[in-house]
Design a protein around this ligand. Structure first.
Ligand code: SF4
Ligand code: SF4
Length: 425
């Protein structure tokens, strides 16, 4: 890895804490990813991205800023990245999937709060995240109460622009959300000094859709039996989709899909044909949270889809590309985003329908609904998920976990028992 210390120093990172983070990442990455057998060659690019996640990509962001561009950090798939792109900005995900800066975070947050919130606060207060320190603008949303209130505190350390996401999907909620997206566009124009034109927005919609199309292609290919790629690798790609350069990422995913098509034709897979196939559902798994997928796939099952924001919720719907004016395109963007089935909405019937239909489409044998501890929306909604899956006779395992490793053995025992039950059905 090239020496990026000067850049990290200039960003104001706490180098000692950052070193600790960078020391741990290669070890966990090696044991989770590099020991997989029969891995597609196209994964090399994504391995490289992870090895340079705080290096080359950060340098690219710095180059973009030096050329007058802005970097926008976001925490939720509700922040419309097409608008950031059309205003000449780069959007990066700030959610984090690792326990770090916990002591600092607990000085301003309650101990019993979702690990994702604690982690992003710890990243900021501990000064270990170069994406945070590269962001000119940080965008929050009013999805869940924990995040909504945490953004007030985060605003003491970095200005946070908050979009109001409705909690229901009635006509008046749609109108509210449209006005929020319109305000976001105006704010971005002011912040970047760039006018969003019909041409720039059309281009941004097309490029973002191309990224989603490449991910949809990947997700179709992985459904084959035997699966030509592991679920862990697919999750990694989905996590990287929140950070990487959009056209380059799209090209790399498509190149990987070309390779997977050859594998599928030759019947080559990463696991035996006819083995257990599972869907992962629940809260997002931000980089580098791979604990549960790793346990699942080292217990003999393959994950064939993620009903998550680091998964299908991020890319399943496209923005229609036939809008002619900025206004029409903004309306199409707002409608597309409001279709995301986050548990912050009530009722959230379309998520239940989606999990059932995905299970059928993906020929999955069961669902693992995995929720981060203290995440009220998803923990409470687990009851609705269980009820619906039971009505459809779809086996379900509910897990609640955090970013620590202490419960790994217990999770493994439960997953193995679940797989045994599936084998005996
Ligand atoms: S789970 Fe909800 S709040 Fe979290 S990223 Fe997804 S849409 Fe946003
Ligand atoms: S995981 Fe749950 S509690 Fe945590 S930020 Fe997302 S919706 Fe909020």
């Amino acid at each position: 890895m090239a020496d990026h210390r000067k850049m990290w120093q200039s960003l104001g990172l706490d180098l000692a804490s950052h070193d600790q983070l960078m020391d741990v990442l290669p070890i966990s990455y090696g044991s989770v990813y590099m020991n997989q057998e029969n891995r597609p060659e196209g994964m090399e690019y994504f391995d490289f991205v992870v090895s340079e996640v705080h290096g080359q990509r950060i340098q690219e962001l710095q180059d973009h800023k030096a050329a007058g561009g802005k970097v926008v950090g976001a925490f939720c798939v509700y922040v419309p990245e097409e608008i950031v792109r059309a205003a000449g900005g780069i959007q990066v995900g700030l959610c984090s999937g690792v326990e770090i800066g916990t002591a600092q975070a607990e000085k301003v947050l309650p101990r019993n709060i979702c690990p994702l919130i604690k982690s992003f606060m710890g990243f900021k207060l501990g000064k270990v995240c170069p994406y945070f320190e590269s962001s000119d603008m940080v965008v929050g949303e009013t999805t869940c109460d924990g995040k909504k209130k945490a953004f007030e505190i985060l605003n003491d350390y970095v200005p946070v622009y908050v979009m109001e996401t409705p909690q229901m999907k009635r006509e008046k909620d749609k109108a509210l959300w449209l006005s929020e997206v319109q305000d976001f566009l105006a704010t971005l124009e002011e912040y970047t000094g760039n006018k969003v034109t019909a041409e720039s927005l059309r281009q941004a919609i097309k490029e973002t859709n191309d990224k989603r199309r490449s991910l949809l292609r990947l997700n179709k290919l992985r459904l084959q039996d035997p699966a030509p790629i592991s679920g862990k690798d697919c999750l990694l790609i989905e996590q990287i989709s929140m950070y990487d350069d959009v056209p380059r990422f799209t090209a790399q995913v498509n190149a990987l899909c070309d390779e997977l098509e050859v594998r599928v034709k030759g019947g080559r897979g990463v696991a035996e044909a006819g083995g257990p196939r599972l869907i992962l559902s629940g809260t997002p798994m931000a980089l580098p949270n791979w604990k549960v997928p790793h346990v699942i796939e080292t217990s003999g099952a393959v994950i064939v889809g993620e009903e998550m924001c680091t998964g299908l919720r991020y890319f399943e719907n496209l923005v229609p590309e036939d809008g002619e004016t900025v206004e029409q395109m903004v309306e199409a963007i707002a409608a597309r985003y409001l279709d995301i089935n986050c548990a912050c909405f009530t009722p959230n019937e379309s998520r239940m329908e989606k999990i059932v239909s995905l299970t059928r489409e993906m020929k999955a044998h069961g669902v693992i609904n995995c929720t981060l501890a203290f995440c009220d929306p998803y923990l409470v909604e687990a009851n609705r998920v269980a009820k619906r899956l039971k009505e459809h006779n779809i086996p379900l395992l509910d897990l609640e976990t955090d970013y620590g490793q202490e419960d790994t053995a217990q999770i493994k025992t439960r997953i193995e028992a679940f797989l045994e039950m599936l084998a005996n059905r």
